[in-house]
Design a protein around this ligand. Structure first.
Ligand code: 13P
Ligand code: SF4
Length: 326
């Protein structure tokens, strides 16, 4: 086992030598967040990836995030330290062809035989609703973005939907974010049936229990949680939205309804406040794959390079750029 300080020193040296920048999502391991130049939510990291001056971006997150960085900054080398770090929700929608759930989610109970028909694809749903724009959550693969009109993140979903000039909008792939958007807009939302297994497992019972244990705490929920959970929360927002809310709030205690990796920054930025996880098992195994060791390995071997083919990158960039312009 190599000492963490040695790993950190080696990473810092290579970073300087190769003009590299490390980006880490708020759900990453503590030691990975500590080594990063920037931490943030999906929207902030996309904006940083689009504007940062460097030769190499080491993206500590999951594959769709590194793909977005590569789409926005094609001249930079984008490295994903763990090639298996994926987002099962992003894999719940494909442009065309057969698709099925490949992943077993630890701790997640499927409701009565969850199934996707083989013809349930993005192209099929577009055909059913001609002329209706598609809003793709950034948690999608590059080819799905390329087939969509505009992207959104958990921080700007309502704003993006409201910016479109139609009465109906197709929202993919998260049924829970779509339900939250539908609640906050007058537009008709046609929702895909995907979900994040980390957030979708939270139920109202978890909220009753947490509130009973911490009666003075405010409850913050991520919009990837089910609508009945979001409706019971004091505030619904993205991961960085939670950090901003907790930092500026007068409250002293917070129950946090998202992946537990965010507790590290919340506690670091607000040492005088107390944060409780809504459920201790809100852990995304894919977000936890990246370690200091994998970051060093990525920089030493220049792996794994994420590059999106131009015929997909250009339309996918259009969808991301439209979002970033709003
Ligand atoms: P945000 O950081 O954008 O809130 O996203 C949460 C998430 O699940 C990313 O995979
Ligand atoms: Fe995907 Fe959920 Fe993990 Fe985010 S927390 S990467 S949405 S599985």
């Amino acid at each position: 086992m190599i000492d963490k300080n040695i790993l950190r020193e080696k990473i810092l040296k290579l970073k300087e030598k190769n003009n590299a920048i490390i980006l880490a999502h708020n759900y990453q391991r503590e030691e990975v967040q500590d080594i990063a130049d920037y931490t943030g939510d999906s929207l902030e990291l996309s904006r940083t990836a689009a504007t940062i001056e460097c030769d190499i971006i080491v993206f500590c997150g999951v594959n769709f995030m590194a793909e977005s960085a590569s789409i926005l900054s094609p001249d930079k080398t984008v490295l994903l330290p763990e090639i298996g770090a994926c987002c099962p929700m992003a894999d719940m929608i494909t442009v065309e062809g057969e698709r099925h759930l490949k992943t077993q989610f630890p701790g997640y109970q499927f409701t009565d035989g969850y199934r996707y028909p083989a013809d349930f694809t993005l192209k099929a749903i577009k055909k059913l609703h001609p002329g209706v724009p598609v809003v793709a959550y950034v948690n999608t693969t590059a080819d799905v973005k390329a087939e969509s009109d505009i992207c959104c993140t958990s921080a700007n979903g309502v704003k993006i939907v409201e910016s479109l000039g139609t009465e109906s909008v197709i929202c993919i792939p998260d049924r829970n974010l779509s339900a939250w958007i539908a609640k906050n807009t007058n537009k008709k939302i046609i929702a895909w049936d995907g979900f994040c297994h980390v957030h979708d497992r939270v139920t109202p019972d978890d909220i009753y229990r947490a509130r009973a244990e911490h009666p003075k705490a405010l409850l913050l929920a991520h919009p990837e949680c089910r609508i009945e959970v979001c409706e019971m929360a004091d505030h619904v927002t993205s991961t960085s939205g939670m950090i901003r809310f907790a930092t500026s709030s007068d409250a002293k205690e917070f129950i946090i309804g998202t992946e537990t990796g965010i507790l590290y920054k919340l506690r670091k930025d607000n040492p005088e406040k107390t944060f409780y996880p809504l459920r201790k098992d809100m852990v995304c195994p894919n977000m936890k794959k990246t370690s200091l060791y994998s970051v060093l390995h990525a920089m030493e071997t220049m792996t794994y390079k994420i590059k999106v083919p131009e015929e997909i990158r250009i339309p996918a960039k259009r969808a991301l750029d439209r979002m970033l312009a709003i």
